[in-house]
Design a protein around this ligand. Structure first.
Ligand code: FES
Ligand SMILES: [Fe+2]
Length: 383
């Protein structure tokens, strides 16, 4: 299907907006069009709270990392006062990226002409003979700040200075996950993948329960067949799709593998896995002994940078057998991650065909339908 001139007119999407049993999938151009992607970056990612990293990545004063959040280069740093901050990673002299990679710094010296910034963003030195530059005042040329707020060790940024708070955005998420004590979790491992697919394919897949018996038939579906365990869709403020699955053991392990003890604050008599997909692109799966998250960072219409983090209670990570036990979790996570990465790339390949057409949903795909409609709510022109 060729993309129309009036790409964002609601008329092209009326059949996606219907109830799931009557609805069609998004038109294929939504996954391939550069114009559609640019609109998503500006109208969606430019206005919502975007996950940027776990707080323990910058545990100490001066710790920093750089990243592209939905294509926007940022610098995340813990300042001398202990506060985590985000800045545009762009020098106020002539725009060079001031920091690269990650590490610990007392200040940031731009590699181009050595303008120097403090960890709280102030311009400390401009050694480029600025005496003749009329009206130039160092205090007006600090790094451009970006809003950063945290919940449960998850740091989020918002590029829109007028947006409401992260707490508003997350609604009742802290209540849904309270028993898992997310602030006491820490990274056992963080890995990244480049996957050649549109970001929406991967996000849809994270709340697609049907593929577990096909794509994961040789991994998780062997021990947790869909339908065998109680699964409930939880009530939220609409900025996420969250489910609870009553599987009473760790969803992060194969059943015969030894793991860490359960999270101390969990009541094991009603424990299971709570898995919110926080729109647009952060999936967290909290299970009985830890959690994992998947962050689907859009890079281009046909490319994502995917981050997978495995989180465990700090006391579990302090155990002497930590490294050996962690290998069991990673075996399980690596297997399903590879399966999902492959299927999403294949879906992108298939749907990129000029002969592809809008498909139909099963009513079992209500959360996928909810996800794409949340996206359309933010991307389309007003009626
Ligand atoms: S661009 Fe950074 S010092 Fe010149
Ligand atoms: Fe999957």
């Amino acid at each position: 299907m060729r993309e129309p001139e009036d790409l964002f007119s609601p008329s092209h999407y009326a059949n996606v907006r219907k109830p799931v049993g009557e609805a069609f999938n998004l038109p294929p151009w939504c996954y391939t069009s550069k114009r559609f992607f640019t609109r998503e970056i500006e109208q969606l990612f430019g206005k919502v709270w975007n996950f940027v990293g776990r707080a323990e990545r910058i545990a100490n004063v001066g710790d920093f990392f750089t990243c592209d959040v939905a294509t926007v280069p940022l610098l995340i740093v813990r300042g001398a006062d202990g506060t985590p901050r985000a800045f545009a990673n762009t020098c106020r002299h002539r725009g060079c990226a001031v920091a690269r990679g990650e590490g610990n710094a007392r200040s940031f010296i731009c590699p181009y002409h050595a303008w120097t910034y403090s960890t709280s963003g102030a311009l400390l030195g401009a050694p480029t003979e600025m005496e003749g530059s009329t009206g130039f005042d160092m205090k007006d040329y600090g790094l451009i700040p970006v809003r950063l707020e945290s919940w449960g060790g998850f740091m989020f940024v918002n590029l829109d200075s007028a947006a409401s708070s992260l707490a508003d955005y997350l609604g009742n998420l802290p209540d849904l996950l309270a028993d898992y004590d997310c602030s006491n979790l820490a990274l056992g491992r963080r890995v990244e993948f480049d996957v050649p697919c549109n970001w929406k394919f991967y996000v849809e897949n994270l709340k697609d329960a049907l593929h577990v018996t096909t794509v994961h038939r040789n991994s998780i579906s062997r021990f947790a067949p869909v339908g065998k365990y109680w699964r409930e869709v939880q009530k939220t403020n609409g900025n996420m799709a969250s489910t609870f699955m009553g599987y009473p053991a760790s969803a992060m392990l194969f059943p015969d593998d030894a793991g860490f003890p359960p999270i101390r604050t969990l009541d094991m008599s009603k424990a299971g896995t709570t898995a919110p997909l926080i729109f647009p692109n952060l999936y967290i799966s909290c299970t009985v002994d830890g959690a994992w998250y998947i962050h689907v960072n859009p890079v281009a219409p046909d490319r994502i940078r995917l981050e997978q983090g495995a989180l465990f209670p700090r006391e579990s990570l302090d155990r002497p057998d930590r490294d050996e036990v962690l290998t069991h979790y990673f075996r399980r996570l690596d297997m399903t991650q590879a399966e999902d990465n492959e299927i999403c790339a294949l879906q992108h390949q298939g749907l990129s065909s000029p002969l592809s057409r809008q498909g139909r949903y099963s009513t079992k795909e209500a959360l996928v339908h909810q996800t794409v409609n949340w996206i359309l709510d933010r991307v389309l022109d007003a009626d």
